[in-house]
Design a protein around this ligand. Structure first.
Ligand code: AMP
Ligand code: MG
Length: 489
């Protein structure tokens, strides 16, 4: 394979130095006609990548997997995972290849990974490819999440491949997504070794993770590592829930040890609020519904804790006791995070009126109210000079009298100016609504990438009023509602 003269991506790899059983060396597949869809210029600069080169034919060749830049060491990572509660001892990167790592401008190590770049030894029955739809979906949603302030993997680029992939819907255009992550180590990576009884590998991985993500942990303090990972998950899920985000596949292989949101499959933002809301077509039992996510994260972290038992203490009973003690702190920690987000959303400056959070959310659920629009209007109504915003808010509710009872109590509990400021920072004006993501994907399938670019750009400033994107704030009309989302794999 030809290589460019110099190294336009400043690789500095560490995962490849771990024992060979952690990964399999794997070259990406060649694709016939790679074309650039979009590059994330800000992120590229943050990673120290030459922008001009990245958009050049050589750069696009790298982004499609056709060219391996100097310093890259392409590999597929091994991992296992509990999927919908059932354990698979061997999953691994079946359609993703890690090119390598770079140190970004903030001195943080980042993985650069191609997703949809061909088969690996972990592909099982899959083709290792990605359809264009899931590539665009991950680009839009992960970048929106970043702008919303949610820890997440990022989108560096998206390309089309010039070949088709066969999916349920038929033959559709393929794409490659370039993902940037603080790392791709998952709870499932620990499970891969633990389930094989390979305690030495678990320890090597735990030390690697402490070094890379939690250097504040004392060396060898795996209870502290468990605490950090657990807290990062709790913070993440509380933030998701405050935005009405439903991940959709919270399997242990999709739970990043770094605490970033990873693996955007059938994820979605709710329009109408309901705690049981679920979109994923493969989540028939509603295991990963909006309101279940906190419990599921604890379930996943408990699986993580299990892998650490042999390295926490040589006495198994003692180790279990130590881990359980930590896990028992999850609920309080999560609740603190959750309440703190929702206090901000409702403009409550302290905890004395916390009951308004639950009663407010129950009203939304019972009267089928759009989550984002409600909080947007509530933010405006916090400091309502002429009564117009309160009137608009009231008009959303079928039972207006019932709503106004709650509203009065709320109004008495807040402090107009201070509350409004809080609320503005917690209540986005624009989110990646399902029907808009779907429209952008459908237009792209017809060759028109404009809706995708426009949506991506609008979502970069979710907390600011942007007159030119007012249409993107709107909830779907009945015909536009997307009721199910798909992995597309
Ligand atoms: P995900 O749904 O992305 O969490 O993937 C779950 C597992 O299925 C991972 O091991 C993936 O690598 C694998 N997988 C998903 N899609 C494909 C595909 N098209 N080809 C091969 N493996 C895949
Ligand atoms: Mg996954």
């Amino acid at each position: 394979m030809p290589e460019p003269d110099s190294s336009p991506i400043p690789f500095d790899n560490t995962y490849v130095n771990l024992p060979e059983k952690f990964y399999v060396k794997q070259t990406p597949a060649h694709v016939p006609d790679p074309q650039l869809i979009r590059i994330n210029q800000k992120l590229a600069s943050q990673l120290g990548i030459d922008l001009e080169w990245l958009a050049s034919p050589d750069g696009v060749a790298v982004l499609s997997g056709n060219l391996i830049p100097p310093g890259a060491y392409p590999l597929a990572q091994a991992y296992a995972g509990h999927q919908f509660g059932g354990f698979s001892p061997q999953l691994g990167d079946g359609r993703a290849i890690l090119l390598g790592e770079v140190i970004d401008r903030d001195h943080i190590r980042k993985d650069i990974q191609l997703k949809g770049s061909g088969k690996t030894p972990f592909s099982r029955g899959g083709d290792g490819k990605s359809a264009l739809g899931p590539v665009l979906r991950e680009y839009i949603v992960s970048e929106a999440m970043a702008a919303l302030g949610v820890p997440t993997t990022r989108a560096l680029a998206a390309v089309t491949t010039g070949e088709s992939v066969l999916r349920q819907e038929g033959s559709i255009p393929g794409g490659v997504f370039t993902r940037v992550a603080s790392s791709h180590v998952r709870v499932g990576t620990f499970q891969y070794f633990a389930s094989r009884g390979d305690t030495e590998a678990v320890k090597i991985l735990a030390d690697y993770v402490i070094d890379r993500h939690y250097p504040e942990c004392a060396k060898g303090d795996y209870v502290e590592l468990l605490t950090k990972v657990m807290q990062a998950q709790a913070r993440l899920i509380a933030k998701w829930m405050s935005l009405g985000f439903i991940h959709g596949v919270m399997n242990t292989d999709n739970t990043a040890i770094s605490g970033e949101t990873i693996d955007y499959g059938p994820c979605a933002f709710m329009d109408i609020f309901h705690p049981h809301c679920v979109f994923s077509s493969i989540d028939q039992q509603a295991r990963y519904a909006w309101g279940n996510q906190a419990q599921i994260a604890l379930w996943n972290i408990t699986r993580f804790a299990e892998t650490l038992i042999p390295i926490i203490h040589q006495n198994k009973e003692k180790a279990i006791e130590l881990a359980q003690e930590k896990l028992s702190e999850y609920s309080d920690y999560f609740n603190e995070q959750y309440q703190s987000h929702f206090r901000k959303k409702f403009g409550l400056t302290d905890s004395t009126n916390d009951q308004l959070i639950q009663t407010g959310l129950s009203l939304l659920a019972n009267q089928q109210i759009d989550f984002t629009i409600f909080f947007r209007l509530l933010t405006r109504a916090a400091n309502d000079k002429d009564g117009n915003d309160t009137a608009a808010l009231k008009a959303m509710f079928p039972d207006q009298a019932e709503y106004m009872k709650w509203h009065q109590t709320w109004q008495n509990a807040i402090n107009p100016e201070e509350s409004q400021q809080l609320m503005q920072s917690a209540n986005p004006i624009i989110i990646p609504r399902n029907h808009r993501v779907e429209q952008a994907i459908q237009a792209a399938y017809k060759g028109d990438f404009q809706p995708f670019h426009r949506l991506t750009e609008a979502l970069q400033n979710p907390y600011t009023v942007q007159e030119q994107y007012r249409d993107l704030e709107k909830p779907p009309t009945p015909e536009q509602i997307v009721r199910e989302t798909f992995c597309g794999t």
